[in-house]
Write a protein that binds this ligand. Structure first.
Ligand SMILES: Nc1nc2c(ncn2[C@@H]2O[C@H](COP(=O)(O)OP(=O)(O)OP(=O)(O)O)[C@@H](O)[C@H]2O)c(=O)[nH]1
Ligand SMILES: [Mg+2]
Length: 194
């Protein structure tokens, strides 16, 4: 078996207000996307840990920003999901502001991983996020999640659709059930962190 791409990972801290966002210490990769898209699951898969980041079948599981220290030299940053209807407007605004503060403050953010559910149409909230990231000149790539739910043919069409829609961004298919796709994503992240 090939050596794991990331060897060691531990939970570091949860941050719930902008003032507490960590000062830059280690190179960071952050995971961003609508609620329930699979951010926490992807983090676990890429790090080879089952329950490091908490996952749930109901949206809105990850509240606050969770930092994971990886190989004692990188931070993996699990951001709250956006586009989740079943929370109050004030709470939604709070998470939105927290995400925005994080993205504006994090000077060692090397790459952002924007997750989009491969089964869904391109959503307004994702298109807006892409616009904003481009405007802020944040480096990011797009991960299409849950591709195990699609046939090979559907997957080809979906990748093409997203490539046409976001021609400037690297697009990777992903499934927590596919070792090869997990390794591809881990490698892409590792390269960006170094
Ligand atoms: N079939 C399949 N299910 C997945 C995959 N990735 C995640 N899921 C499921 O999708 C649900 C949501 O996953 P999470 O990782 O908790 O999603 P999240 O983006 O962190 O959600 P929030 O924290 O609420 O923003 C869980 O039931 C996961 O098991 C995948 O690749 N394939
Ligand atoms: Mg989560």
């Amino acid at each position: 078996m090939a050596a794991p791409i990331f060897k060691q990972a531990e939970f570091y801290i949860t941050v719930k207000s902008a003032e507490k966002i960590l000062k830059p210490v280690y190179p960071e990769v952050a995971f961003l996307g609508r609620s329930n898209v699979g951010k926490s699951s992807l983090i676990n898969a890429v790090l080879g840990k089952k329950n490091l980041a908490l996952t749930s079948s109901s949206p809105g599981k990850t509240r606050g920003i969770n930092y994971f220290l990886v190989d004692k030299k990188y931070f993996f940053v699990d951001l709250p999901g956006y586009g989740f209807a079943k929370i109050s407007k004030s709470e939604r605004l709070k998470w939105q502001k927290l995400i925005e503060s994080y993205l504006l403050q994090s000077k060692l953010l090397k790459i952002l991983c924007l997750l989009i559910d491969s089964r869904r149409d391109i959503m307004e909230s994702d298109a807006q996020m892409v616009d904003w990231l481009q405007y802020q000149e944040k480096p990011f790539f797009i991960v299409l999640t849950k591709t195990d739910k699609l046939s090979k043919n559907q997957l080809r069409q979906v990748i093409k659709k997203y490539q046409d829609f976001f021609p400037d961004n690297h697009i990777l298919p992903f499934s927590i059930k596919d070792k090869k796709l997990i390794a591809d994503t881990a490698l892409f992240i590792k390269k960006a962190l170094n």
